[in-house]
Design a protein around this ligand. Structure first.
Ligand code: PHE
Length: 376
């Protein structure tokens, strides 16, 4: 045999076991998350929930007789990074699917890449409608903001008895702009009045100008559809300026930092979210216990619960697909029905979204307390 022939024969001999190994080795799942930076609390929680689910599934034998490997990458909460990471996870790591993100703007970035490569992506907790509108490979396991905005508008009228509301929107966040819009539509339809709208951008720290204008407009309550860092600072500065009205927000407020940054100023403030560790179901109790055992006694929040459920939904789809081929996983995801998880049952609808109850939480004595659940 010539050298070339020997080389070819050995390549083929090596190639066969390699191909077999690729079928029987670990199934790689990619995760892109804000593990550091401005929304590190989101990424860390979501990540811990996902890791717990993957570890439990592996301990129970994995899926299709194979173990799972979670390949996680940090986008540092920065715009632009999620697209780069998604490309790397798909083309270099050859992940079969992507899990992430919490913040809608970053999920949109990665979804564009996943759709281009036709790799399924599941966002655990991004609520802006645009995320799944990117294409038929993009899914989520949480409710969307037309529902959250409506629930908050009803809460403002019925619970806060607010007739006149001011809104402060983060114009650089898809989530904030969307939630402000859906809230406004419902609140006005119910006879409420939006007396003033103010703007800010992600990373801003001084809200005195906006709050001074709001003070003059004298609303009954102030709606801040943003993320916890800015929301907490805004509550502080509102109290410093002598504003006494309740401030309230959506799921973006949920992080321990709301209280560590906001302190006394966030007492009596409200937000809506996806889950509460105080929900008295067996599924939630078991999850809280296992999460605490795994993560140094930490109590899981909504991102942790949804991060956990996103992995359950993906693995259920791989099992039903009987394959790790992207197209087959995609089709199985699209027919997910009544999958029992921590945040309730997940059924994927025709728009690749899930419909779940919302939960309203109040900050009371430095703790997040469950107020009410709103059915979809
Ligand atoms: N829903 C928010 C978004 O789409 C993210 C979020 C989810 C924040 C859950 C907290 C809890 O940007």
């Amino acid at each position: 045999m010539s050298r070339i022939q020997t080389l070819l024969v050995s390549l083929v001999c090596l190639g066969l076991p390699l191909a077999a190994w690729a079928q029987s080795g670990k199934i790689k799942i990619g995760e892109y998350a804000s593990l550091t930076g401005k929304e590190a609390a989101f990424g860390q929680s979501s990540h811990k929930g996902t890791v717990l689910a993957i570890e439990e599934i592996n301990a129970a034998g994995g899926v299709l007789g194979r173990q799972l490997e979670l390949v996680s990458e940090d986008n540092q909460s920065k715009p632009g990074e999620s697209a780069t990471i998604a490309t790397k996870l798909i083309t270099r790591e050859k992940v079969v699917a992507l899990l992430g993100e919490v913040a809608s703007s970053r999920s949109i970035e990665a979804a564009i890449v996943a759709q281009k490569y036709r790799i399924p992506l599941i966002s655990p907790s991004s609520t802006n409608p645009k995320v799944t509108e990117i294409g038929n490979y993009i899914f989520r396991v949480c409710f969307i903001d037309p529902f959250q905005g409506t629930a908050l508008a009803k809460f403002a009228s019925s619970h806060l008895k607010a007739r006149r509301v001011a809104i402060v929107t983060s114009v650089s966040s898809a989530y904030s702009v969307g939630l402000a819009k859906f809230f406004r539509e419902q609140f006005v339809a119910d006879g409420g009045q939006v007396v003033l709208e103010q703007k800010y951008s992600e990373g801003d720290k001084d809200f005195k100008a906006q709050l001074t204008a709001i003070k003059a407009a004298a609303p009954d309550a102030i709606f801040v559809p943003g993320y916890y860092t800015e929301a907490a600072l805004m509550c502080k500065q509102a109290r410093d300026l002598g504003l006494k009205q309740p401030l309230f927000g959506g799921d973006g407020w949920e992080a321990p930092e709301l209280i560590t940054i906001g302190g006394k100023a966030v007492e009596g403030c409200y937000y809506s979210t996806h889950y509460s560790p105080e929900i008295p179901t067996e599924a939630v109790k078991t999850f809280v216990k296992r999460f605490k055992d795994r993560w140094n006694g930490e109590t899981p929040d909504a991102m942790a619960a949804l991060g956990y459920d996103s992995a359950l939904v993906l693995v259920d789809a791989i099992r039903r697909a009987g394959s790790t081929e992207a197209d087959k996983i995609r089709s199985a995801l699209a027919t997910t029905k009544d999958l029992e998880g921590v945040t309730g049952r997940t059924t994927i609808d025709a728009q690749r979204n899930a419909s779940k109850p919302a939960v309203v939480v109040e900050v009371r004595n430095g703790e997040f307390r469950f107020v009410q659940s709103v059915a979809p």
